[in-house]
Every structure is written in C-alpha cells, then in structure tokens.
Write a protein that binds this ligand. Structure first.
Ligand SMILES: NC(=O)c1ccc[n+]([C@@H]2O[C@H](COP(=O)([O-])OP(=O)(O)OC[C@H]3O[C@@H](n4cnc5c(N)ncnc54)[C@H](OP(=O)(O)O)[C@@H]3O)[C@@H](O)[C@H]2O)c1
Length: 297
C-alpha cells in the first residue's frame, strides 16, 4: 500500500529529517508554517481533505522554552489548540495522528539516574511543558487513533540547537571557553534517528504514548565535552550549575526517559547517544564548523 503522510511544521529540525526518511518509501506532503498554519482550522482541514493522508505527523510546535513563559497565549495556541485541531480533523477523516511531545512534561524530581516511563505522572515545571501536556490531553480527547511520542534534547542538521550553539559560542572566544550546565540530566537525541523510530511506529501501527530518546544519559556539559574531545575540536567547555546559568524557565534536573513501550513491543531502534553523536558529527563536521565560524563574522 502506498501510504500517505502529511507533516506539519515542515521547516523544523525534526520535520526535516522525518520528510527525508519517510519520502523514500511513502507519499509525503510536508508543509511549513507559512504553507499550512495549524491554528487556521479551515485552511488546515481543506489541505488535509485534498491530500487525504493515512497519517498526520505533527512536528509543529512553539518550542522556545523560555519565551513560552511570556508568550503564553501563542504557546497555548500552537501547542494545545493546534494539536486539537489536527486531532479533530484526523478523527473526521478517519486517519491517524502522530504527535510529538516532550520530556518536559515531567518535573524532574526523581533522583538521577532514575528514569521516567510512559505511565509516570506528568507534572511540568514550565509553561512550555504545561502546554505540551495539555496538547497530549487534547489529542486523547479528540480521537482514539493516535500515537504520542515524547522525546528530548533534539539536535539535527537543520535549525538551531544545543550543539550548534556550543560551536558558535566557542568559536567566538576559543581561549576563554564556554560555561555549560552540568546538573541537568537527559538524553541528547538525533532527529534523524528519531525519524527512523517514528517510521517504525507508523509501520507497526503503534497506538498510545511512547517515549523515544537515545539510550544512555548525560548532562549538557558532558554531551558538549564528549563531542569536542571526540572530534579534537580545540574549544573549551566549563561545567557550571543551573544556579550559575539562570533561565526564564526552570528546566527539570532529571528528564531521562526510558523507551519502555518501544522495548516491550520489540521496536526500539534508538542507539546510545554517544554513538549517534559520533555518526552525526562524522557526517556533518565540516559544515557545522564552517557554519559556526561564519555565524560569528
Ligand atoms: N527541540 C527539542 O529539543 C525538543 C525536545 C523535546 C521535544 N520536542 C518536540 O519535538 C517537536 C519538534 O521539535 P523541533 O525541535 O523540530 O521544533 P522546531 O525546529 O522549532 O520546529 C517547529 C516548527 O513548527 C512550526 N510552527 C510553529 N507554529 C506553527 C503553526 N501555527 N502552524 C504550523 N507550523 C508551526 C515552526 O515554524 P516557524 O518557526 O516558521 O514558526 C517550526 O518550523 C515539537 O513538538 C517539540 O515540542 C523538541
């Protein structure tokens, strides 16, 4: 069967890799924010009704965690009303919705290295986490045909992310080094590998809530230090505490997720974060370093 998949938020980092992976096998329509605004119910419904997807993959979101604390109205609309619209449209059409959610639905109060499984009670610390949780609930209310995939700490070749920021900051002032938080724990996850996992969930008709992050865990500092050392990039990172690096939104100290359901169903494709980071960097090293250097000119 030639499955049809519609991807929302097409210019985002995860959507980009999902499109790359899924279009090799399926008929994919990936729409950017400009091409399809998930807050515009009429436009979204029209596009979906014309394409008639078997699956809607919602990668659209308001992902600026700190800005969510002040841009509450917009964050709520994009992360709650948008998914609700898509779930209602998919229910009417009889297709399935796959929605991406986050580790930030959890408070992080479990002691490290205890991890969170799918049926642990969410208790978000941030407004972003709150809107993402409400988005999950809105989908569950609107349809039974859904998969919610909670992931974490994404990086990829598209858009800005933690790795690119570290490279950019380091290349600005190499001798001084850059302070990186060393008391928040999670699993840094490559969007390309997550896209392969999402494909697997689509193909096995996964239903309900899944956790999907890389295996293993680290702090932000450990992840940054690992890739700088591994690839002999002569930049320095300096560990610091969350207190020394205050942000508008309070991040969970421990947001390690366990891919329990993927493992139970025998479909866990996620690898250790160190292996994926190595692969990612081997593939894109020149481009990443060039982009970081050029950004500082
Ligand atoms: N990034 C992470 O570390 C992380 C961690 C855990 C979970 N997640 C989740 O993973 C998913 C993908 O994240 P990502 O990092 O790929 O995000 P991203 O790069 O910020 O992409 C999100 C996309 O959504 C689009 N968008 C915003 N409002 C929209 C609207 N009203 N209609 C249609 N599109 C809209 C944005 O377009 P504009 O920029 O043009 O507005 C952007 O292209 C999200 O659900 C996020 O919550 C991300």
């Amino acid at each position: 069967m030639n499955m049809k998949i519609l991807i929302t938020g097409g210019n985002g980092q995860l959507a980009f890799d999902c499109n790359e992976v899924l279009k090799k096998k399926y008929e994919v329509l990936s729409h950017s924010h400009k091409e399809m605004d998930i807050l515009d119910f009429g436009q979204t419904e029209r596009i979906i009704n014309i394409f008639k997807p078997d699956t809607i993959l919602n990668c659209a979101a308001y992902t600026k965690v700190d800005a969510c604390e002040t841009e509450k109205d917009l964050a709520w609309k994009v992360n709650v009303i948008g998914p609700k619209n898509l779930a209602e449209i998919s229910e009417k059409l009889g297709c399935k919705i796959i929605h991406i959610s986050t580790d930030y639905v959890f408070s992080g109060k479990k002691p490290t290295p205890e991890y969170y499984v799918e049926d642990d009670s969410p208790d978000p610390l941030t407004y972003y986490g709150n809107t993402k949780l409400e988005g999950e609930l809105a989908i569950q209310k609107a349809t039974n045909s859904y998969a919610i995939i909670r992931t974490a700490w994404l990086y990829g070749i598209r858009s800005n992310n933690f790795l690119k920021t570290i490279l950019k900051l380091c290349s600005k002032n190499p001798p001084k080094g850059v302070k990186v938080v060393n008391d928040q724990f999670g699993s840094i996850t490559w969007t390309f590998k997550l896209a392969l996992q999402i494909k697997k969930i689509i193909e096995t008709d996964g239903q309900g809530t899944y956790h999907a992050t890389s295996e293993g865990y680290s702090t932000w500092f450990e992840a940054a230090e690992y890739f700088l050392k591994k690839f002999a990039i002569p930049y320095k990172v300096i560990p610091c505490s969350t207190k020394e690096y205050p942000t508008q939104a309070r991040r969970p100290a421990n947001s390690i997720l366990e891919n329990k359901r993927l493992k139970q169903e025998g479909i866990n494709l996620m690898n250790h974060w160190e292996n994926d980071l190595e692969q990612f960097f081997s593939k894109f090293r020149e481009r990443l370093i060039r982009d970081a250097t050029e950004a500082n000119r």
